[in-house]
Write a protein that binds this ligand. Structure first.
Ligand code: ARG
Length: 460
């Protein structure tokens, strides 16, 4: 297929150079956005009297036809074109003749590709956001069902204080809610239209940049023409938001892998989300969680790749910028499928409530509550901490849990203990009495669920 720029060359491009330079193999993905941008550009050229009404009508019909034909599979994207922009323009000219050659008036591939990427990224942000909202709904449902599923809360992966599954899941609810906020921030900042920036210095034609911006749902045109064609900070912002999403998914995956292990048995991953071993017949492996954890590296890689690509590029457009596409496409595809599959795995997972609760009874997890009890009896907390340390040692020597000690045994360690210590260190009251805002107690959790439910309702 002919190139868009043959005039000043005396030799054909070397075949290997052509292949190295071409981007059609991956930017073919932008065909919809490229056509959408060209439709808006043509409409504006017509409105401004730069193109005749007949030309605009022919271009519009031609582009609509190309879009329909690609969509229906009638027209294959020809990979001998240099890039998607060349392909669409050549196809248009083949269909409508000279009017097709007028489409590129007042435009460069530099502002064209910057526009296509923004249109594409905006769409993918919306898809990712919707998937995150779905995940939040799944989490919310699980939280509602598990406000009294007791489990150990860990620090240093050591049993620390008892919590509930609802409370544990609430952490992830907050993480993914913030992730949505980051996507929204990125979307709001990037929703400006670079079309009309030209190659770098605008154009001599009287373009109406606000017109094309509003035709494509942008808040406004970008301001500086050089910045418009040369920055990709919105790509980096997206990759950074995706990296954080993956980091959160990866932590959660790691927990699920632990919880699903023979040692924990807190959860059982559904058969539909597990795979077996070719040699060990008993195995049922948490592959989906492992893959989500593993693919996190790939998305971080995309972020590092783009930061590095961008760091030495002199203004304005340089071909290095073409490198933004493959990593970004891969990162969005990866993050989106991870969010969706993770949500599916989570909804189908079974939680072994008895095992979780039994685990929450061990590890002297109620030691803080025993100390708080002594504080209630007038002892300074630092002293209570030491006394309960001795109490734990007393338990270890006798092979008992704190809540298994008799009143006499408690008194043996400290005379301030009385009958009501049993109630104070019971698992239920250890959780129930923690009602500071954001804590696992049922009163606090009711508030949490109320607020989270309201948030979800507002989001539709
Ligand atoms: N394929 C190019 C890219 O992705 C399109 C812009 C080409 N511009 C140019 N002056 N060669 O960045």
């Amino acid at each position: 297929m002919a190139q868009l720029w043959g005039g000043r060359f005396t030799k054909a491009t070397d075949a290997e150079v052509f292949a190295f330079n071409a981007s059609i193999g991956f930017d073919r993905r932008l065909w919809r956005e490229d056509i959408e941008g060209s439709l808006a550009h043509a409409a504006m050229l017509g409105k401004q009297g730069i193109l005749s009404g007949d030309d605009v009508a022919a271009i519009t019909a031609g582009l609509d036809g190309i879009r329909d034909d690609i969509e229906s599979g009638k027209l294959a994207i020809d990979e001998s074109a240099e890039d998607i922009h060349s392909f669409v323009e050549a196809e248009l000219t083949a269909r409508i003749g000279d009017a097709g050659k007028r489409l590129h008036t007042g435009r460069s591939r530099n502002d064209q590709v910057a526009l296509d990427m923004r249109l594409y990224i905006r769409k993918r942000i919306d898809e990712t956001d919707e998937a995150l909202l779905g995940l939040l709904k799944t989490l919310y449902r699980l939280m509602e069902d598990n406000t009294d599923t007791f489990m150990p809360g860990f620090t240093h992966l050591q049993k620390a204080q008892p919590v509930t599954l609802a409370h544990h899941l609430d952490s992830y609810f907050e993480m993914f809610r913030r992730d949505r906020g980051r996507l929204a921030d990125c979307r709001a900042r990037m929703n400006e239209c670079p079309l009309g920036a030209g190659a770098l210095a605008g154009t001599t034609y009287p373009l109406d940049r606000s017109c094309t911006a509003s035709l494509m749902g942008f808040d406004r045109p970008t301001r500086s023409s050089m910045d418009s064609v040369s920055d990709r900070d919105y790509v980096i912002e997206l990759l950074s938001a995706l990296s954080l999403i993956m980091m959160h998914l990866s932590r959660f995956s790691e927990e699920i892998i632990l919880w699903n292990s023979n040692e924990y048995r807190f959860v059982e991953i559904d058969d539909a989300y597990s795979t077996g071993s070719s040699i060990m017949p008993q195995k049922k492996n948490p592959d989906i969680a492992e893959l989500v954890r593993g693919k996190t590296g790939r998305v971080y890689g995309a972020l590092m790749s783009m930061l590095t690509t961008m760091k030495g590029i002199p203004l304005a457009y340089d071909k290095d910028l073409q490198e933004d596409k493959e990593v970004t496409f891969d990162a969005v595809d990866t993050a989106l499928s991870c969010i969706r599959l993770f949500g599916g795995m989570l909804s189908a997972m079974r939680f072994n409530r008895e095992i979780m609760e039994k685990s929450a009874l061990g590890g002297f997890i109620n030691a803080t509550d025993a100390a708080d009890y002594l504080v209630g009896r007038g002892m300074p907390f630092r002293d209570a901490h030491r006394v309960v340390g001795e109490l734990v040692l007393y338990c270890i020597e006798r092979g008992k849990r704190i809540d298994e000690l008799t009143t006499e045994e408690f008194k043996e360690v400290c005379a301030l203990f009385d009958e009501d210590i049993h109630e104070a260190v019971s698992l239920r009251s250890c959780v129930e009495r923690r009602n500071t805002a954001g804590a696992p107690g049922s009163a606090a959790m009711r508030e949490t669920l109320l607020e989270a439910g309201k948030y979800l309702e507002e989001q539709g």
